[in-house]
Design a protein around this ligand. Sequence first.
Ligand code: ADP
Length: 456
Amino acid sequence: MKIRTKIALQFTLIVATILVIFSVSLYYLLESYTRKEFNNYLVDRAKTTAQLLIKEKNIDNKLLKIFDRNTLSTLYAADVLVFNDNNEVAYSNYEADTIYYNPQLLEKVRKEKFYESTYKDKEVVGLMYKNEESQNYLILAQSEDVYGKQKLENIRDAMTIGLLSAILLTIVFGFIFSGQSLKPISRINQEVSKITAYNLTKKLSTSNNKDEIAQLARNFNEMLSRIERSFELQKSFVSNASHELRTPLAAIKSEIQVALEKERNSTEYQNILKTLYIDNQRLIQLTNGLLQLAKSEKGDESVQLSPIRIDEVLFEVQDELMHQHTNYQIAIDFEEIPEDDNWVTVLGNKPLLKTVFNNLFDNACKYSEDKLATVNIRFNRRNCIVMVSDKGIGIPNDELDKVFEPFYRTKNASSFKGHGIGLSICKRIIDMHKGRIVVKSEVGEGSTFNIILPHI
Ligand code: ADP
């Protein structure tokens, strides 16, 4: 079922229920008032008859009946029965005994002093009347409220017609209003169906409204921009990756071609194999880097985090790196000794954090003449901060943001080996740990990378 129909039907159902409850209650209230009013009339009527019969000595039964039939009953014909103390009929304004009564009923009236009920279509009231000589009379009066019933019937008909018309109008207006309010959604629906992977630049038209639908369109446009950016990144990533892979592969190919041109002695073959080995190493490094980048892109959920002491990670990386590169120097120091182990403990993934510091220490040594990386550990109430500094070539100001993009290498670093993947992996891993990586650098002076990680 379409949302429009659903809303219209729900709306109608709610309004119809309210109207039915209201009309039924109103009708029953009116009915009860009408009955009460009529019963009051019957009581008056009974009292008048009793008064005339009992008080006025010169009015006898016969005269009262004539009087009754000709005057009192012009408005409503009411049957009145008056009983004496012995439950004998003292007066009846009709010849025929039309009021149904029995001794139990009379007993009840005498006991409760008042009685009202409905017998067949007629209203019956019973009451006690006392004359000046303290004689008790019991009066029963009965009549049919023909006018009241007619009035209620008319009201019921009018209410039914009104109710049906109101429900019909609610359905019509429900459809119009739901269509009106869902119009922007239909428009968005049409526009969205025109957006494909090839025209992500196309955006939904947004109004200046602040309503939920305008907000939805704006959010959708922002999501499209993000998807577009990641598509672009992916495209440039693939072309950069293939370019990086092609360079060592082309070098290997030309080295083999040159080697095959003529017969060579074993020393020459050994030298060629050494060069091929180095190129092969570069390829392995590059593919490892790409693999790590792909892993770090997988998403935060797949990474297992546990409490890790940052200083331990740093010392392990220092050890491994200085073992691999004997000319590297890595000096690690605390700015102040932590009183609490938690200040230097972060919720992290050890292999990933080791990758980060391995890249940063390696860069600091690689891009500086003295091959020295100075590492300082600092902390505050929320974060543990690791500062990796060098006195190397530095990064030009306008390229500071770009060094974290995959495959980006600064112009002044072209003479150094590298693929420009390391820092993008670092950034991704630090993001995953809900931390930040910031770089400050001055060309010719050196660089400092600050890694800010929330401690536990
Ligand atoms: P790679 O070092 O393999 O080229 P990275 O992603 O680690 O790749 O670094 C990206 C670029 O950032 C480097 O090519 C270099 O231009 C610059 N860079 C990174 N670290 C430093 C540093 N400590 N000093 C100067 N330049 C650096």
